[in-house]
Design a protein around this ligand. Structure first.
Ligand code: SF4
Ligand code: SF4
Length: 325
């Protein structure tokens, strides 16, 4: 099996973040490693993606603005590599005042960034007060930077709250009704993986591992999707919504080595039943009697178990499998 063509993706500059949102696919947080992508390394990732047909990527994190000088350099590499920078994601936590925000945005524009995606949603507002994304939006207007809000539907709703401070889950539920965050997750079209699984699992119907396997026979086709992939600062290729494997970007375009990627290839060819059987047989995996909400839930738990039991170079980053993050 080979990943032979890529369409549109994202470059993960860092996993460190000023927030630790409940829905975060990558389990980013202030506790994650502060490493940032090396611009020269970013260039090689962009070249690899381009060689497989990708013409546009965005920059995301973590929070990319946490190391602004490195961010500027990374933006500059896109132009050199002939890769369109579709947009730059931010949670706006870096905003302090309009003048300094305009200055940063102007420098980013000069480096080749023309669009910023500003995150506003019920999960971000637990960490970022609304005045910060609003400040970035106003600065974008002044600096001539294009922007869009992710997601606009929540901005209208959350605008009724105090813009000067963060809001807890309890406050959000008091304002918008019980289970507000759960309903928000449904409206978001959330990918239930990473931290989102832990956050929302209690609210969904659970099935036994055997029932999950029976309901999901055959290959996991999602793991082979390439439409909204990511590449991270460590050089890992990440299929859309499928986190926790470390597929080296240098192996893209070639036949994937079964000795290097046994679990990923097993998922692609045989699916969750085969992974479950192997985990029970070889690693002593014992399924949770409470059950699972999806095949990704079971898959992630098996991989977390395996990451503790054996060294597997195809599972990572290590911090992804640590509950402390
Ligand atoms: S969703 Fe974005 S802002 Fe929130 S923790 Fe993840 S990377 Fe950080
Ligand atoms: S079941 Fe596993 S391999 Fe398939 S998409 Fe979910 S997390 Fe990825």
């Amino acid at each position: 099996m080979r990943i032979s063509s890529l369409f549109s993706g994202g470059l993960i500059s860092n996993y460190n973040c000023s927030a630790a949102c409940r829905h975060c696919l990558y389990r980013s947080s202030p506790r994650r490693d502060a490493s940032y992508i090396d611009p020269e390394f970013a260039r090689s990732l962009l070249h690899r993606a381009r060689s497989l047909g990708c013409r546009g990527m965005h920059i995301g994190g973590g929070e990319p603005f946490l190391r602004f000088r490195d961010l500027l350099d990374t933006v500059g590499v896109f132009r050199d590599a002939g890769m369109r920078l579709d947009y730059l994601e931010t949670n706006a936590s870096w905003f302090t005042d309009k003048a300094s925000a305009i200055e940063k945005l102007s420098r980013l524009a000069a480096a080749g960034c023309d669009t910023v995606m500003v995150s506003i949603c019920p999960f971000h507002i637990e960490f970022i007060p609304l005045y910060k994304p609003e400040g970035v939006i106003e600065a974008c207007k002044s600096a001539g930077m294009n922007f869009f809000i992710w997601q606009e539907q929540y901005y209208r709703e959350l605008s009724s709250l105090d813009h000067g401070r963060t809001h807890t889950r309890e406050e959000l539920e008091a304002a918008f009704g019980p289970d507000y965050l759960l309903r928000a997750a449904g409206r978001f079209g959330l990918t239930m993986n990473g931290r989102a699984l832990e956050s929302f699992k209690p609210f969904f119907r659970h099935s036994s591992a055997e029932e999950i396997c029976a309901a999901n026979p055959g290959a996991c086709t999602e793991a082979g999707e390439t439409s909204h992939f990511h590449m991270d600062l460590y050089g890992n290729y990440i299929p859309p919504g499928c986190v926790g494997f470390t597929i080296d970007h240098e192996d893209l375009g070639s036949e994937l080595d079964p000795e290097r990627y046994p679990l990923f290839l097993m998922m692609l060819s045989e699916g969750i039943s085969a992974l479950y059987e192997q985990a029970r047989r070889d690693s002593g995996f014992i399924p949770d009697p409470e059950g699972y909400i999806s095949k990704c839930d079971l898959c992630q738990e098996i991989r977390t178990w395996m990451s503790k039991m054996t060294f597997s170079g195809e599972l990572g980053p290590a911090e992804f499998y640590s509950p402390a993050h």
